[in-house]
Design a protein around this ligand. Structure first.
Ligand code: ATP
Ligand code: MG
Length: 394
């Protein structure tokens, strides 16, 4: 069926009291942006719901898929909007609606009518009964079940009439742009794109930083991170990815510090640089894909020593998840296939045979003192020369 409109249901943002209109407006804006390349649409708010009306031809599957990627939406209802409120017209439209919406017309149903025009010549109960009767007459395998119907045919009689019954689940969450901005540390792995996705889902805008170490890491490894940022952008909106040249810092650490401490010290510098970029770009927090115990640098001991350099909240939405749970999300959001492409990461290039799993802060700080004097200008240069790439879903 070619629907001309969708009704968008949202839940959590309905609870935001006086700020509610801000959330609704941002959700409308995000829907608008998402649908822009798919046709001409008019988007309007009305009493706790949003209506998307097509002004041009469009591809139904493409539009539904796009809407399932807009955080804040809990349900997408293809809807028929009829301007003539006369009962006979409603009747014909409902019969036509059922014909188009259901391939097999062999379900139980009830009609649920809401009427806000109290001068309408029939009561809701009367409309329910009459429409039920006409539907049974039109389709002989339908049956009414008012207690546990398989389908509820909603008919709302307002200035116009709305007819709908199907709800396609939305992604939930909150509209991106309603909750500040995060700097996500994006590597080429499975975990960090999932982490960025999860923070975006709570309404947070995403920027990202990737630590690149040419010539130890290739252009292809960098392109993989750009590709991942573009995939996450399908949900999070455009992502500004900052690519930091980390090679000098990495070499300095490699040449001057104990190799079993390399990963920890490197991670501490990554966090410091990420925070510097976060501050410069109005982000209030950083995000990583860390999960307790996954690798030696993610034991609780290692995480606490790495975390010690941060001054902003570091959000780690994968922290309590098993690898398989993270993989499941990455498959669902479409990043998995890209994440498993085998390109080297700057951490793996320099990895020690026996990295510490219980680093001691004072020992790490002592090792880092060997870098004093040489690391500061490298740090500044890394921040200043970061390349910014705008990543949009393709
Ligand atoms: P991922 O699957 O996200 O790569 P991982 O399991 O490989 O994670 P680590 O390599 O220990 O784990 O990295 C932990 C986190 O540190 C990553 O999730 C990411 O947020 C950040 N990180 C690691 N390497 C980089 C990098 N080269 N650039 C940006 N962030 C990085
Ligand atoms: Mg990694």
């Amino acid at each position: 069926m070619h629907y001309k409109a969708f009704m968008i249901k949202y839940a959590e943002i309905g609870t935001k009291g006086k700020n509610r209109y801000i959330f609704e407006d941002i959700l409308c804006k995000n829907i608008n942006r998402k649908l822009k390349s798919l046709g001409a649409f008019h988007i309007r708010k009305e009493q706790g719901r949003i209506f998307v009306e097509a002004l041009s031809a469009y591809d139904y599957e493409d539009v539904v898929t796009a809407l399932t990627k807009v955080f804040g939406i809990v349900g997408i209802c293809p809807i028929v909007i009829e301007e003539d409120t006369a009962f006979e017209t409603i009747r014909d439209r409902v019969i036509e609606y059922v014909d188009n919406a259901y391939d097999r017309k062999n379900f139980t149903f009830k009609v649920d009518t809401r009427r806000n025009d109290k001068t309408y010549p029939m009561t809701s109960m009367e409309v329910n009964a009459e429409l039920g009767h006409y539907l049974l007459e039109a389709y002989d395998k339908l049956a009414v079940d008012v207690h546990e119907p398989q389908e509820i045919i909603h008919v709302e009689i307002r200035k116009v009439v709305y007819i709908y019954s199907i709800t396609i689940p939305g992604p939930g969450g909150l509209p991106v742009g309603t909750n500040g901005k995060a700097m996500a540390l994006l590597s080429g792995g499975i975990d960090s794109p999932v982490a960025a996705y999860m923070i975006a889902k709570r309404g947070v805008e995403i920027e990202a930083v990737y630590f690149h170490a040419p010539p130890f890491t290739s252009e292809r490894a960098k392109q993989k991170v750009v590709d991942l940022a573009c995939l996450v952008a399908d949900y999070a909106g455009a992502i500004r990815l900052h690519v930091v040249n980390f090679a000098d810092i990495q070499m300095a650490i490699y040449d001057n510090c104990p190799h079993e401490e390399l990963t920890i010290i490197m991670k501490r510098y990554m966090v410091k640089i990420a925070e510097e970029l976060a501050k410069k770009n109005d982000c209030q927090c950083t995000v990583t894909g860390e999960s307790i115990g996954q690798v030696s640098s993610q034991t609780v001991y290692s995480l606490s020593v790495i975390n010690e350099v941060s001054t902003m909240p570091v959000f780690r939405p994968c922290i309590g998840m098993d690898k398989q749970e993270i993989v499941d999300i990455s498959e669902k959001i479409g990043t998995y296939e890209t994440s498993i492409q085998p390109y080297e990461d700057c951490c793996t290039t320099f990895v020690a045979k026996h990295p510490v799993t219980k680093p001691i802060l004072s020992a790490i700080e002592k090792s880092e003192r060997k870098l004093e004097g040489m690391i500061e200008p490298m740090f500044e240069k890394a921040v200043e020369t970061a390349e910014t790439i705008m990543c949009r879903y393709k």
